[in-house]
Design a protein around this ligand. Structure first.
Ligand code: SF4
Length: 428
């Protein structure tokens, strides 16, 4: 029977969409295999957020073609869309599915490679069989962005603002819980914009979370990434009071310098961001904050960079994704003067990595001695210990049997590890 393998580059929205594309292949009768083994079809959901993401997208396509030279390699996602727009081709990609059509990837494949239809016809496939893949499912509830940050191309590729009707969100969430998922990660391009004006059918984000919280069997709800200006007091209150809401928010900072933020067309300044974190932590003790930070945006001088370092020191993000700025075609920042030289960006990245790692360790150290609910995920090949993610997004390692995979259990945090925390099972 034909086999298909999938991989994703980039954001949680892409992860969710890969999951949906995969489910369609599965329903058609493809056997799903890991990406690092020979498959008949490889689907790569690409990303173009930075030049490095584009390079990784190309490398992944080439790697797939090398793994099985007879395979059909399918490329979709933002980088795929850029190649179509620029009229570029990648020899190893046999099929490029436009980003807006990515949910129809399987149909594109069958149209262009009809021999798969015949192979699938031989296979009697039971689409009812639930397959449990992971313990945490990503649930996309919103699409589109109209913020137009000056470095970002997403508003050009996803300009239509759309909230998934809440009844559909609830149905999908219930189905995911039935499939065995314990945690749902809500995602969207501009998730804080979720609401009736763009099609939710009534609730805003906080109200939707409250409705999701009523689903039996769902144990945790996490919000994947939300813009600072869209974190409402009602959302903060809900996270503070609802036992299923993770005390964790991913709030992109991008820069800690007010001038750079203005040049980025980000609608807040350093003081606003720090005040938001202060309000969050006043209401939600030890609320975990993760973030994205862009280093080397045009005009970022040493003083501006120091302002970013200052915010990182102050906030003590539990995790910070650091990106080196690279010009995206057709964005305002592409033609800005005062581009930062690559060696300067590289040196600042290194410094910020050290600072953010130390700050994350200080945050984790403050949590030692407490008990966190940990979703048990997999066994570490390196340490042999079980690993999982805590409510506060800490990566925890602890001794536990395989039978606990997929469960959410209390773990006492006892020590720091290079990348997270060591814990021990407890009944508390
Ligand atoms: S908020 Fe800014 S960075 Fe995020 S998708 Fe919209 S334009 Fe891009």
């Amino acid at each position: 029977m034909p086999t298909a393998a999938f991989t994703t580059l980039g954001c949680k929205v892409n992860q969710y969409e890969t999951q949906k594309i995969l489910e369609r292949f599965e329903a058609l009768g493809f056997d799903i295999v890991p990406f690092d083994v020979p498959a008949d079809v490889y689907v790569i959901n690409t990303c173009s957020v930075t030049q490095s993401a584009e390079a990784k997208s190309r490398q992944t396509v080439r790697r797939a073609a090398r793994q099985n030279p007879n395979a059909v390699v399918v490329m979709t996602g933002c980088y795929a869309q850029f190649t179509l727009r620029r009229g570029e081709t990648l020899d190893e990609a046999h099929l490029v599915v436009p980003n807006p059509d990515k949910m129809r990837t399987a149909d594109y494949l069958l149209e262009h490679f009809p021999h798969f239809k015949a192979q699938l016809a031989q296979k009697r496939h039971n689409t009812e069989t639930p397959i449990r893949r992971r313990s945490r499912a990503v649930l996309k509830i919103q699409d589109g962005c109209n913020v137009y940050c000056s470095f970002c191309s997403i508003p050009y590729t996803r300009p239509v603002m759309r909230s998934t009707p809440y009844t559909e969100v609830l149905d999908e969430a219930r189905a995911m819980v039935q499939d065995g998922y314990r945690e749902l990660v809500l995602t969207g391009v501009l998730i804080g914009d979720y609401g009736p004006e763009t099609g939710s059918g009534g609730p805003d984000l906080a109200e939707l979370c409250a409705l999701l919280g009523e689903i039996d069997g769902l144990e945790r709800i996490r919000i994947s990434s939300i813009e600072p200006t869209l974190v409402t007091d009602r959302l903060i209150d809900l996270i503070a009071t609802h036992p299923k809401m993770c005390p964790h928010l991913h709030i992109p900072l991008q820069s800690g310098d007010t001038g750079v933020l203005q040049a980025m067309n980000r609608p807040y300044d350093q003081a606003f961001y720090l005040d938001l974190i202060r309000r969050l932590r006043a209401r939600i003790p030890n609320c975990a904050i993760s973030t994205d930070i862009m280093v080397g945006f045009p005009g970022e001088d040493e003083a501006a960079f120091q302002n970013t370092c200052f915010v990182v020191e102050q906030v003590e993000f539990c995790r910070a994704h650091l990106f080196r700025y690279s010009p995206r075609p057709d964005t305002p920042a592409e033609t800005m003067r005062q581009q930062v030289p690559d060696p300067v960006k590289a040196e600042r990245m290194q410094r910020l990595q050290h600072i953010s790692k130390a700050a994350a360790q200080r945050y984790a150290a403050r949590m030692l001695g407490t008990v966190e609910r940990v979703l048990v995920e997999t066994r570490s090949k390196l340490s042999g210990l079980m690993t999982g993610t805590s409510d506060r997004y800490l990566q925890v390692e602890f001794a536990a049997p395989n039978s606990l995979v997929g469960q959410i259990i209390p773990v006492r945090l006892v020590d720091l590890t290079p990348d997270g925390v060591l814990g021990e099972l407890t009944t508390a």
